[in-house]
Design a protein around this ligand. Structure first.
Ligand code: GAP
Length: 461
């Protein structure tokens, strides 16, 4: 990472802690690697990101319905999906201190690709072949064990009351399996017909070897996934439409197009027809934000074989049975959250001061309006509290009467609040307040009776 970008990334990480976006898990016990907690401001931003996705994916799409399936499923699901046998990353362990690294990540740093389809022998050969180049980056392969594949599924003993736990249940490694299992239920209980989709937001768990880059790669994370069931011959046309739809959805969230790029997967798994990632320009480089895959009929074939159930679709018009093909869109809430923060972080000189502003797109700002009485005295705090009550019916508001007005403005700038409203001594007589805009810092005097409509128009524009 270039120095300037290291700096930006550190600043973003520090800000998230300082302002209640993200806390490390179990901090008072020294932390718990690969897990993070979303604080009071973070949970608002994450909810807004999820609501935007849901609105685009479900509310505005008559052909897509929602689902909330269980985190736990029959262990057979993960055998059928191929996760028990093949959901692994190549792990190497430091012989002295036991530190674990991913061999493919180590190779990636010198521009060598070790893809998912490679055998462990091939990866170890690649490591040997590139040992000199790796040494130049400070990585000495002699200090590490040979690479071996490590399965990422997280095991539990749910429903198993034996000591041995020979038949573990798994915490789901991706949310889409719950969608596949309910594809027939949805068809039988709604008016949906092929092509149609099921969308789901929920937690997924992976025993990531090297959880890293803050919330970019964690062991517990949330996914927003949509699986679209199509006629086989329409798979690629629908796939192109989904790619375009998802790109536009990210732009409508407020991601800048110059921060996005497509990445085509060259080495596809055997069943995939095509796979693209949308990458975001994080401070540590362009990295996967979302995966969009044409999966053929693999998933339904596998679940049909392992469950013994027929999962074919009957097209009543054409009087024809077929197994639908699936195209999917899958994106992590945390990765999108981090993308929004990195893109929004700005510093600017204001007089002698450095102002930090999070220019979060206004429609997803965690706090929309801050209500700031100029003083704590009852004559201001009582009417300002009433104003909070009135506005919070329509907006996510925060009431703050601590410290100087300047410090309060800076605090709101740092959490990306688009509008601050100051109730001052003149307000008592003229029933007007000062509205300050986050990005321009311009201030306008607005009548309290017109405030709700004034602010609604601001957010609309
Ligand atoms: N159902 C397909 C699937 O799960 P994936 O590429 O493994 O595909 C999809 O994951 C998305 O989930 C990724 O593009 C990323 O946004 C997010 N994701 C995956 N692993 C993650 C992790 N360890 N931490 C945070 N987000 C993750």
């Amino acid at each position: 990472m270039e120095e300037e970008n290291v700096d930006l990334f550190e600043k973003v990480v520090n800000l998230t802690k300082r302002r209640g976006f993200i806390y490390p898990s179990s901090e008072i016990y020294g932390g718990f690697s690969g897990v993070y907690d979303y604080g009071p401001i973070g949970v608002l931003l994450a909810n807004n990101i999820k609501n935007h996705w849901w609105k685009n994916m479900v509310q505005k799409r008559p052909d897509i319905v929602g689902l909330d399936s269980g985190i736990f499923m029959s262990p057979k699901v993960w055998e059928a999906s191929g996760h028990v046998s093949g959901f692994s990353d190549p792990l190497m362990e430091n012989k002295k201190n036991g530190n674990r690294v991913r061999a493919d990540h180590i190779l990636e740093e010198i521009g060598v690709v070790a893809d998912e389809k490679m055998s462990i022998e091939e990866i170890n050969e690649l490591l040997q072949k590139n040992s000199v180049a790796l040494k130049k980056t400070g990585f000495n392969i002699d200090e590490y064990s040979e690479a071996k594949y490590f399965n990422l599924l997280v095991k539990s003993n749910l429903g198993d009351f034996t000591e041995q736990n020979d038949n573990p249940t798994y915490l789901r490694g991706e949310t889409c399996q719950g969608i596949y299992l309910n594809y027939k239920n949805v068809l039988d209980t709604t008016s949906q017909k092929i092509p149609y989709g099921i969308a789901q937001i929920g937690k997924a768990f992976r025993n990531e070897i090297s959880a890293r880059q803050f919330i970019f790669r964690t062991r517990e994370f949330e996914q927003m996934e949509m699986q679209y069931f199509v006629r086989p011959e329409e798979e690629m046309v629908e796939y192109e439409a989904l790619k375009e739809f998802r790109w536009k959805s990210l732009l409508s969230l407020g991601i800048k197009p110059e921060n996005l790029q497509w990445h085509k997967h060259e080495n596809l798994v055997f069943y995939a027809r095509e796979a693209y990632d949308i990458e975001f320009k994080y401070p540590f480089g362009f990295k996967e934000l979302e995966g969009i895959h044409a999966r053929g009929n693999y998933d339904l074939t596998q679940h049909s074989t392992y469950s013994g159930q027929k999962l074919e679709y009957f097209d009543e018009e054409k009087k024809e049975h077929f197994l639908p093909h699936i195209i999917e869109s899958s994106i992590g809430v945390g990765r999108l959250f981090l993308a929004i923060l990195c893109q929004s972080y700005t510093e600017e000189q204001v007089g002698d001061d450095m102002r930090i502003v999070l220019r979060i797109p206004k429609h997803i700002a965690p706090i929309q309006i801050a209500i700031l009485p100029l003083s704590k005295k009852d004559e201001l705090s009582i009417p300002a509290s009433s104003l909070f009550e009135e506005l919070s019916d329509n907006f996510m508001c925060q009431y703050d009467e601590t410290q100087s007005i300047g410090k309060r403005y800076r605090r709101q700038d740092e959490i990306g609040t688009p509008y601050c409203i100051t109730y001052d001594f003149d307000s008592i007589n003229d029933n007007m307040v000062t509205v300050r805009e986050r990005d321009t810092m311009e201030q306008e005097r607005v009548s309290i009776s017109e405030l709700v409509v004034y602010l609604q128009n601001k957010f609309k524009s």
